[in-house]
Ligand binder design. Sequence first.
Ligand code: NAD
Length: 353
Amino acid sequence: MKPFVYLSQPSRVVFGQGALARLPEEIVALGAHKALVLSTSEQRPTAEQVAALLGPRAVGIFDRAVMHVPIETARQARDVARQLGADCAVAIGGGSTVGLGKAIALDSGLPIVAIPTTYAGSEMTPIFGITEGGLKKTGRDLRVLPRTVIYDPELSVNLPVALSVASGINALAHAAEALYAVDANPVMSWMAQEAIAALGRSIPRITRQPNDLDARTDALFGAWLCGTVLGHVGMALHHKLCHTLGGTFNLPHAETHTIVLPHALAYNASAAPAAMHQIAHALGAPSAPQAVYDLARHNGAPVALRDLGLREADLETACDLALENPYANPRPLERQALRQLLQNAYEGVRPQP
Ligand code: NAD
């Protein structure tokens, strides 16, 4: 075994069907009395349910969470929290809503309770992103790490199948890249393999029967592990590419991850054979890139960037941006090979084994 450094980040996880009912006692455990509930406008009814559950401990709902956390929205939410005298925030939703909670915590230090309803994984990381003047800045700060995370699979039953599949593969991407991370360690690698196996078996079950609570539970368990590894070890080419594509061309987050992952794995396959073997084994298939591609395709997810509205002419810019600011990756970044990766992802071809 290679020597390693293991870091554990403090967060409390309450997991299980019906776990939402534990929210009031979790707020009390934080020593808080006045919660501001955060959501998107689409999930306002769920936020109202949460507020009703909290009764007098809920002081308001801020339902304007949107993708990429614009600084103006973060400021508005912070002002509302201050005006209402909130001493904690409850973020119920996907990565965008949790991201808004993080932006509030960054400045105010308010403790955040996250209740994820997708598989994005942001709730387990100290990574924040805020968009100002069209540029998304990201950073790490322990103050933004949610203090308590409540995972209730019943809340993901309404997540549309298409988003469930894409969000599940978005989660899987964290685990896949964790296996070849420059700072990988055996604990996180073990979690990553468990996570890939859980998502690999639950995604097809969710596609067949979206309200299968056991499958939803399995997927959410996998997503928790994926979020944990994302928060503990560094990501590489795949995440960099998706960040670039999402930020520059405004592509949807989960779908972009779903399309790019097989091709990023194919790019790195020769340089990270042990990780490829672990991913393939967890998915019960001979080839990691093909297994991920097939998981997407067989479950109706998009496999081509052109289907997300990207233009072929944008691939050159994407390639240039991906080569800026070097970062750790198992295989060195080579322009021609990277450009081919993007072409393959654009066309949606099944990667070679
Ligand atoms: P999202 O939060 O933008 O949600 C997408 C849509 O789905 C929203 O309209 C939302 O209201 C809706 N939705 C969510 N759960 C639902 C449910 N159960 N039923 C019905 N509708 C539901 O999407 P996402 O993929 O969860 O998050 C993406 C964002 O999170 C990106 O901006 C990404 O950068 C960020 N993110 C950050 C980190 C981090 O560590 N900082 C990690 C992962 C993702």
